[in-house]
Design a protein around this ligand. Structure first.
Ligand SMILES: Nc1ncnc2c1ncn2[C@@H]1O[C@H](COP(=O)(O)OP(=O)(O)OP(=O)(O)O)[C@@H](O)[C@H]1O
Length: 312
């Protein structure tokens, strides 16, 4: 039985179709990264899971429970880090966590949770004086109350510094190791790449790709950035550049002094090196960078793309 089962869901606002026949399943124990550009429909999906809004069509189930009929039970078993943290300025960090513990009927130790998210020393401080990152950490602490079966994190790294983001990733892994399913939305790709079992990419309310990070990479023609360092600039550098640019599979060539940066498909690498040497220069060194998830994300979601067939 999946932890999250979204089946043919459409959400239509007055003029805006936020979700268009979305089907998405997250298995129990998975860490699922929900990626998409601004306005893709990520928050709408999360709000449907929590019954904050209702679908125009389709069905949403969490732990095989109906989100409409059983929303209380679902919320009780779920820890939520919503987009846009909403704290009570006059309550301290500890009071926030104690309130969450009481609401869930849990028996966590508030101080231990605050320590865990790295703001133990600010427990007595009023949340009104918290920085953005501290507020985010406090909200995470409240989401962890009661060892939830499902953690829903909407853009969890917002406002966090690199240490905070690392702590967030560690906590996601720890919670998952304890048995929790984690569903988190992001457009910070490093976060997703580092921790997710699977990634779904949402665009204009539809899932346009879903796979492991490795699987998504393999589905794309491998784009390589080749850095070729020459012993000197070729005498006829303009002709050399033109020859390189006309190689099948090469998308761009940028000279940087004696180094050429060539964006190309994997298969074109050898031809690039041979072509350079035809211009009387010697290749002293070359290195390649694999396309990052960032490149993939841009490829999948940029306006001039049509999903899986594109490269950047
Ligand atoms: N209450 C609403 N009324 C009308 N349109 C809405 C409403 N909420 C969201 N939308 C629209 O639905 C679409 C999806 O919005 P949503 O907030 O789910 O995207 P998102 O992927 O979470 O974006 P972001 O990364 O910017 O938070 C957007 O076009 C948005 O303008």
């Amino acid at each position: 039985m999946p932890a999250i089962d979204i089946s043919s869901v459409t959400k239509q606002y007055a003029t805006e179709r936020a979700l268009d026949d979305l089907t998405l399943t997250v298995e129990r124990g998975e860490i699922y990264g929900f990626l998409g550009p601004n306005g893709a429909g990520k928050s709408t999906t999360i709000n449907l899971l929590l019954d904050f809004i209702r679908p125009t069509a389709g069905e949403v189930r969490v732990f095989d429970l109906d989100v409409r009929a059983d929303s209380l039970e679902i919320r009780n078993r779920t820890g939520i880090l919503p987009e846009g943290v909403d704290l009570y300025d006059r309550l301290t960090g500890r009071q926030h966590v104690e309130f969450a513990i009481e609401s869930k009927g849990a028996d966590d130790d508030a101080d231990a949770l605050l320590e865990r998210v790295g703001i133990g020393d600010a427990a007595e401080q009023k949340a009104g004086g918290y920085s953005k990152g501290m507020a985010q950490r406090l909200t995470l602490a409240t989401a962890l109350v009661g060892d939830p079966d499902l953690l829903i994190l909407d853009e969890p790294s917002t406002g966090l510094d690199p240490n905070g983001a690392r702590r967030m990733r560690e906590i996601i892994r720890e919670e998952n190791a304890r048995g929790a399913t984690v569903f988190f939305s992001s457009h910070v790709l490093g976060q997703v790449e580092a921790v997710c079992d699977r990634v779904g990419i949402l665009r204009d309310g539809s899932l346009i790709a879903e796979d492991t990070v490795e699987g998504l990479r393999e589905a794309m023609p491998t784009q390589t950035r080749l850095r070729v360092t020459l012993d000197r600039i070729p005498d006829d550098s303009a002709a050399a550049l033109e020859a390189l640019e006309s190689i099948d599979g090469v998308s761009s060539v940028t000279p940087e002094d004696r180094t050429l940066v060539v964006a190309c498909e994997d298969r074109a690498k050898t031809t690039v090196l041979h072509t350079v040497e035809e211009y009387g220069v010697t290749v002293e060194d070359f290195e390649t960078d694999e396309s990052s998830l960032e490149d993939l994300f841009v490829a999948y979601t940029s306006d001039d793309s049509n999903g899986a067939q594109v490269v950047r």
